[in-house]
Design a protein around this ligand. Structure first.
Ligand code: ZN
Length: 300
């Protein structure tokens, strides 16, 4: 076993207990559903200025709740889940059948009234867009769907790509919209890169580290000695892990030496950060990235 393998093996998986992560995911799902309920009411009651004001305030409150919730916050997770379920129950009792898949549409801007939504987040490459969709499963847990896509023009004149398809497990309609880069990017070099020098808008640093860990874990020891096609697969995994660590490094603010905790809020990313904040320091990230690249060089 080489030193490189030793370092690879030290990359630890993320994680709270499975129960904490599950409860957190349920609470996030309830928040999304509540936002969908209020958004539908907002559109129904556009002509009622009092209702519009109240609903806007409620939608903002639930969006902020989603942004600030952490899996370690077990009491808040439970309270949000209770409050959300009561709102969803009440809405169900008085409206048309409600389709759970709709509440999981991403990005979040798609669920909230267009006046409140910013432009869709930028996908610097299709690789990055697909990674984002992989990280945001259907309400039923399925990540796959037929990802047909069209390019369309946004109100401001910028271009966006809309991915749509039906969940193969529960039949819900899935939909994601991403802004496209102003300038076409040169990502077709054959190497795995998720974007250019600009940091990601889609994934936070915790999600990128989780992605890197997930790929690296699948690389067997001595990967350059494997027979084809396992060797090629291992090389792709390692290159993807190194590229994902590069993305974590891009999310360190200029002049800083670590990713700030406040910048990691996603369902997948927050547990990675809270479990081991030291992994988000630049020197440690660079050491891990260099270990992956040394292992890659052994492939010749
Ligand atoms: Zn589904």
């Amino acid at each position: 076993m080489t030193d490189d393998d030793g370092i690879l093996n030290k990359v630890r998986p993320h994680g709270f207990t499975p129960e904490e992560v599950r409860d957190f995911e349920i609470a996030i799902d309830r928040i999304n559903r509540v936002i969908a309920v209020y958004s539908a009411q907002y559109h129904e009651r556009r002509d009622d200025p009092v209702a519009v004001t109240l609903l806007r305030a409620e939608i903002s409150r639930w969006v902020r709740m989603q942004e600030s919730l952490s899996p370690g916050d077990q009491e808040r997770v439970a309270a949000i889940r209770r409050e959300g379920e009561a709102i969803i129950r009440e809405a169900r009792g008085r409206s048309a059948p409600w389709h759970p898949g709709e509440s999981r549409r991403r990005p979040l801007g798609d669920d909230i009234p267009s006046e409140l939504a910013a432009r869709p987040p930028l996908a610097r490459s299709s690789l990055e867009a697909h990674l984002y969709m992989d990280l945001h499963p259907c309400a039923c847990g399925e990540t796959r769907f037929d990802r047909a896509s069209v390019v369309e023009e946004l109100p401001g004149g910028d271009l966006a790509r809309r991915y749509t398809g039906r969940c193969p497990s529960c039949g819900a309609e899935r939909e994601f919209v991403f802004s496209l880069p102003q300038e076409p990017q040169d990502l077709e070099t054959g190497e795995i890169r998720y974007g250019d020098a600009e940091p990601s808008e889609l994934l936070d640093a915790g999600e990128w580290l989780w992605v890197a860990d997930s790929y690296a874990r699948l690389v067997p020891p001595q990967p350059h000695r494997l027979p084809e096609p396992d060797r090629r697969r291992a090389r792709t995994l390692l290159a993807s892990a190194a590229a994902a660590i590069d993305e974590v490094l891009k999310l360190i603010p200029p002049g800083d030496d670590r990713v700030p905790q406040g910048a990691v809020r996603s369902r997948v990313g927050a547990p990675v950060y809270l479990r081991e904040p030291g992994r988000f320091r630049a020197p440690r990230l660079i050491a891990v990235r260099d270990a992956y690249q040394s292992a890659l060089r052994l492939f010749g």
